[in-house]
Ligand binder design. Structure first.
Ligand code: GLN
Length: 480
């Protein structure tokens, strides 16, 4: 058994007992990265820096120094998270050579907790996509079946954890980008409550929806990561000043007496049979453990996808206006005047999907259409949010499939944008409502592909998500 087969929590115990060193772990991770490089999960790696830091942590540990709670554990960041001195490309030609001048708060917190950052994960360009095929540096493959997509946009982050190249990674989720790939790759991914984790230093896609979260192989690992990441940050005014509980505290409390909401809108005809069967079994299992299943109605859920593509594209169009060839990133080599410089730099630097979003965003914000699209979508967002808030008066969590099908084939949806957008149908409502949601593996399809369930909770109630997920994971460990 390799050390890479252990979970983050297990390997931390081994580190603390002196049974393994951080240097050994970093070396094993890099061997695995080399063996599995065809997956194309990582855009950059930092072997020399990682080894140096691992040795420092090992010697501090030997001397009995007080160490952070993640001391010595190799982790990976999504390539839209700044980490000083490293490239942050957002998988875009525009930022191909951009080096971070500072570190994002989420990365700093991991660093301060002693994590060893070993690289940055591939992604869909500027986090726009559901398959990781929109990367300027090539698609990522699903480690379970390399003819399939890993999901997106945090496809590299999910892939690197599932392929055991590291013990945990960070992703970002604007409409499902942590949960969909986690579900496709068979790992655990959280989209925290909007405001739970600082966005400072994370390249913005849609600022009112973006959240940073962790991807791990177990629920316990994920809870531990959120312990490090969560909290108010003076540098992000949208980060919430709400106390951070110990997310590992309720892990073993079971689900007896908890109310699990089941909204019929999440169990539509679009679900493939394997997903439907897995979810039915999940719900039966929770019932047998003493949870109560409660029927919930979310009548506006089917409007969430349209709302999402209007709001996220509008925000993207304005956030991406800063990439103009002047301040940072790519600059066209030849241009006649400043307008031509903007035009050529943006034409050359952005990929097709990003351009599509910018056009869509500028359209819905343009005068004459603003009221019909943007303003209306903002109003419908309120309705969706209220429906979730009322649902949580009747239940503690909602459970739904993360996606309607397991991972699809590479290329299968590349030319059908609507089909691609529909892969997020169950994940986007969560971002629209701002509530937290955890995707957890809950079975395997007849073709051997992972299936994920999504456990959705009240604003700032991630602890209950971990409690509900851990009960299931503990009881189903062997089968996965
Ligand atoms: N797939 C969705 C999109 O393309 C969600 C992306 C995300 O969460 N970053 O916008």
């Amino acid at each position: 058994m390799s050390y890479l087969d252990y979970s983050l929590t297990e390997v931390l115990a081994l580190l603390n007992q002196g049974k393994v060193t951080s240097e050994q772990l970093v070396n094993e991770c890099f061997e695995r990265i080399e063996e599995t490089k065809d997956l194309n999960a990582l855009n950059s790696t930092y072997y020399d820096e990682a080894i140096k830091r691992a040795r420092e942590i090992d010697s501090a540990r030997k001397q009995g120094d007080k160490l952070g709670i993640l001391a010595g554990v190799p982790i990976v960041l999504k390539d839209n998270i700044n980490y000083v001195g490293t490239k942050t490309t957002c998988a875009s030609k525009f930022l191909e050579n951009f080096v971070s001048p500072y570190t994002a708060t989420c990365a700093q917190k991991l660093h301060d907790a002693g994590a060893v950052v070993i690289g940055k994960a591939n992604m869909d360009e500027f986090a726009m996509g559901s398959s990781n095929e929109n990367s300027a540096f090539g698609a990522v493959k699903n480690p379970v079946d390399p003819t399939r997509v890993p999901g997106g946009s945090s496809g590299g982050s999910a892939c690197t954890v599932a392929a055991k190249q590291c013990f945990a990674s960070l992703g970002t989720d604007t409409g499902g980008s942590i949960r969909e790939p986690s579900s496709f790759c068979g790992v655990v991914g959280i989209k925290p409550t909007y405001g739970r984790v600082s966005r400072y230093g994370v390249v913005a896609f849609a600022s009112s929806l973006d959240q940073v979260g962790a991807i791990t192989r177990t629920v316990e690992d994920n809870a531990l990561m959120l312990n490090v990441l969560a909290g108010r940050d003076e540098m992000d005014m949208t980060s919430a000043d709400i106390e951070v509980p110990d997310y590992t505290a309720n892990l073993n409390k079971g689900v007896k007496g908890l109310k699990i909401g089941v909204a019929k809108q999440f169990y539509s005809d679009e679900l493939c049979d394997d997903v439907k069967n897995s979810l039915n079994k999940v719900l039966e299992w929770y019932k047998s453990e003493g949870a109560e299943l409660v029927e919930i109605d979310l009548p506006s859920l089917d409007t969430a996808l349209a709302v999402y593509y209007i709001l996220s594209s509008a925000e993207a169009a304005s956030n991406l206006a800063r990439f103009d060839g002047v301040k940072y990133g790519r600059r066209a080599e030849e241009y006649s005047d400043v307008v031509d410089l903007y035009f050529k730099s943006r034409t050359q630097g952005f990929g097709k999907e990003v351009k599509r979003r910018i056009m869509l965003g500028n359209y819905v914000l343009s005068s004459g259409y603003y009221d019909a699209f943007y303003r209306k979508a903002k109003r419908v967002q309120k309705v969706i949010r209220n429906e979730f808030v009322s649902a949580f008066e009747k239940c503690d969590v909602l459970i739904s499939p993360t996606t309607a099908t397991p991972a699809f084939k590479l290329g299968e949806k590349s030319n059908d944008h609507v089909a691609m957008y529909l892969s997020d149908i169950f994940t986007v409502p969560v971002n629209i409502a701002g509530v937290p949601s955890l995707s957890v593996p809950c079975g395997t399809s007849s073709e051997g592909l992972p299936i994920g369930m999504q456990i959705i909770g009240k604003h700032f109630d991630e602890a209950t998500l971990y409690q509900v997920a851990n009960a299931y994971e503990l009881a189903h460990k062997e089968g996965q």
